[in-house]
Each structure stands twice: as C-alpha cells, then as structure tokens.
Ligand binder design. Structure first.
Ligand SMILES: C[S@@+](CC[C@H](N)C(=O)[O-])C[C@H]1O[C@@H](n2cnc3c(N)ncnc32)[C@H](O)[C@@H]1O
Length: 412
C-alpha cells in the first residue's frame, strides 16, 4: 500500500455566523499546526500546545505548511468564508500544497443576505492588495457590485470615488461576529466615515436597491453585450446627424479598449453612442456634452447601461472628473485635446472632420508624449437602386487619430 499524502485542511469561518463545520473540531484536536488570522484563531478551539502561525505575511506560513506536509504533521488553515472565493486557496494551490476544503458562507453572500437582496448576477471584485481603481470603475459601470476591501481601499475610498454616480452603499463590517454592523449609506457619507476592518461594500444602483437586482438579463455582468456594438445610427436617438457613424465608431471603440474596470470619457458625446458602446463592453463611462438636450441618458437607458452625463462645455467641464483610462474626443477644438492630454490618459482617440485640425492635433499629442497613428475612414454603404440594382452611397470622410502613452509616462 502506498503512503497517503497528508492534506492541509482549509476551513472557512462562516461570515453569516453559522456554526463551524463538524469536521473542523476533530481536525483541530489532532492538528500539529494551525495557521490563520488572529481573529480566526480566536474563534475556534485550538488545543493547548498546538503550534499556531498568525497571518500576517503569507510566505513564512506557506513554508511552515510545506514542512508540516513533508513531515506528515496534520495541519489546518483557517480562512474567512469560502476559502476558494477570493481567498487563500489560490495561494495554497499555487505552491502545490495538497488540500481538503471545508467551505463556509462567504462575506459577499452574507452581506447580500443581511441587505435582503438577491445577488445572482451581481459582480464581485476585490480591492485587496491591488490598485483599487478597477473595483471602483466596476461600481461605476454596473448596478450591483460587491467589493472585498483592504485597509486604505474600503468604503471611504469607494464612497469618495462614487461622488456623482447614483449609488447606495451597504457597508458590512465584522460579519458573523458579535461586532457585526451593517450600514446603508450614501457615497458622500461613506467617504466621511471611518470603517472597521474587515468589511465588504455593496454598491447598488437604484434598480438594484429596489430588489429587481438591476442586473443584465443574461446574468453576465461583465460580458460583452449580446447585441454587439458598432450598431447602426438608427439604434440611437440623435440630432442633426450628430452621431459618430457605425464604421468609424467600430474602430474608435476598438482603439479605446473598453472593459470592466476601466473608465472612459466620451468628450463632446452628442448622442453618446461611442460611450454607450464602451459601457456595453463593461467600462465605466463619463459623457461630457454641452447641450443639455442631447439624448445621451435616453440612449443609455435604451441599451441598458449606466453612463454618467456631465453637462457643460469642455475643457472647463473636465476639471475635477476622475482620471480616465481612455478618452474619445468627438467634439471640441485643440484646447479640449490639450486639457485631455494634460490628464495623461493611456489612450486618446480623436475623430476629426475638419482637415485643418489634423496636423495641430497630431503635433499636440506627440508633444505630450503620445505615440500617434491615424487614418482616414470613408465608408461607402450599400444602397438600393430602383429596379433591384445596388449602388454605393458615400458617407463623409473622417480622420481618426489614436494616441497611446508609453507605460513609462503614465500615472502610477
Ligand atoms: C481575502 S478576502 C476573503 C474573502 C472570503 N474568502 C469570503 O468568502 O468571504 C478578504 C476580504 O473579505 C472580506 N471579509 C472577510 N470576512 C469578513 C467578515 N467577517 N466581515 C466582513 N467582511 C469580511 C473583507 O472585505 C476582507 O478584506
């Protein structure tokens, strides 16, 4: 008979306050090593004399676990909620430790339960140990988002970043413990409050608060829209043909590289079609437009996406807006482009009908450190002729410029 490889028991501590898995007490009683955060070690019966490692830094704990497995010493790892959901299991597997997992209710499931809300279709993102901006942009883009937080990247910081977006926040601190506190609040109140760690934040648009969840019908919050993009102009209300044509929009949107976690500005948004298609691809979108009657909100609602509209003339209207990952400049002069370049977004896409603006725009972007390329697009669309013949109908030519900032010149 071969030797049975000892496994590390990875047990979740229930974030809804439920009892520990019955197998945990037995495993602890026979354990030679128990690893966990101080609060988890205090929550379970670790036998006297058993070696414990308090997390903290993970690397030394992983070494101790590997040594325990090699020596055949029974080891237990305590983790919050479901260890396989944004948890320690990934790191244990990455170093090749053999594991047996006892999951418990996750903090995300517990937070939605405490809020009395369904959460199938909600997006779950983490600000733990990484740049928190993608998590913030997910909250701006999607109606129901749960954020796992870290000190310095929690409810206060998310609240500050959500100023101007129509959101309610649920902050769930110390779930499943006697110190549990669940608070419904506004982004502004959250920004002005000190919150205890650990906590989870739910970011909810009005339709999600109403309990209709407000998720996309296909329950794929981060998936590209089923209806595609580069949609015909007829898919948008627009005035006086103030809309980026589908063929130009296709390339512009591709070059903006929208995705969940990124923020796109659509400056001189007109109908909002470019920004709306970025939102359909998961990005958070800010549309800046001086005409208060522009149909951006109605178009966004028609396509089921959340676009924040800032009514005002650029460049003044750009002051104070959160830093973008990409900017589409569909309207405005060189002064607007200069103000955009000053913010150093990684990508800028400019659509120009007037040829005299092309060279100044290229020079301005190059002087700001952008690598620029561009092309002229003049689609000729199929059209019917009487008698069943076909012809080509020209659309107006447009020059599309793309500026890409080398990573070394980007904001940290
Ligand atoms: C590394 S993640 C672990 C998530 C865990 N696997 C789960 O299923 O809940 C750590 C984050 O989870 C959240 N969290 C974990 N336990 C919590 C609790 N009891 N109350 C509130 N938030 C908690 C916090 O946002 C914390 O920073």
């Amino acid at each position: 008979m071969g030797r049975v490889t000892p496994t590390v028991l990875v047990a979740g501590i229930d974030a809804a306050g439920g009892p520990a898995h019955p197998a945990l007490a037995e495993a602890l009683a026979g354990a030679g090593l128990v690893v966990g955060a101080a609060r988890h070690l205090a929550a379970v019966p670790v036998p006297p004399g058993c070696v414990t490692v308090v997390l903290g830094p993970l690397a030394p704990a992983l070494d101790r676990l590997a040594a325990a497995v090699a020596a055949g010493t029974p080891a237990v790892v305590l983790a919050s909620g479901d260890p396989g959901f944004f948890g320690i299991l990934r790191r244990l597997r990455a170093v090749g430790l053999p594991v047996r997992v006892l999951p418990a209710v996750s903090s995300v499931a517990a937070a939605f339960a405490r809020a009395g809300l369904p959460w199938d279709g909600a997006a779950v993102v983490t600000a733990h140990g990484r740049d928190p901006r993608p998590a913030l942009n997910a909250c701006r883009a999607l109606p129901a988002v749960a954020v796992l937080t870290a000190p310095g990247a929690g409810a206060a910081e998310l609240g500050a970043g959500l100023a101007g977006w129509d959101r309610r926040l649920v902050v769930a601190e110390h779930l499943g413990t006697p110190d549990e506190r669940v608070t419904w609040t506004t982004p502004a109140e959250a920004a002005a409050t000190t919150w205890a760690d650990p906590h989870v934040v739910l970011s909810l648009a009005p339709e999600a608060v109403a309990g209709s969840a407000g998720m996309r019908a296909d329950d794929q919050p981060a998936a590209a829209s089923a209806g595609g993009w580069a949609l015909p102009e007829s898919a948008y209300a627009h005035r006086d043909s103030m809309i980026t044509k589908a063929e130009v929009r296709a390339l512009a949107v591709a070059r903006l590289r929208p995705r969940l976690g990124r923020l796109v500005w659509d400056v001189g948004a007109g109908s909002g079609s470019v920004g709306i298609e970025c939102a359909l691809l998961g990005a958070a979108v800010l549309a800046v437009e001086r005409d208060p009657d522009a149909p951006i909100r109605a178009n966004a609602a028609r396509h089921g996406v959340d676009v924040r509209v800032v009514t005002g003339a650029a460049p003044a209207a750009l002051a104070g807006l959160p830093d973008p990952d990409a900017v589409f400049v569909g309207g405005g002069g060189v002064d607007v482009l200069a103000a955009v370049a000053d913010r150093r977004p990684p990508r800028v896409v400019v659509a120009l009908a007037a040829l005299d603006r092309v060279a100044p725009a290229v020079h301005l972007l190059r002087a700001a450190g952008y690598a620029v390329d561009g092309c002229q697009l003049a689609a000729a669309r199929l059209a019917d002729l009487p008698g069943g013949s076909l012809r080509l109908a020209a659309t107006n030519p447009v020059v599309l410029l793309t500026g890409e900032l080398p990573s070394a010149r980007r904001k940290p």
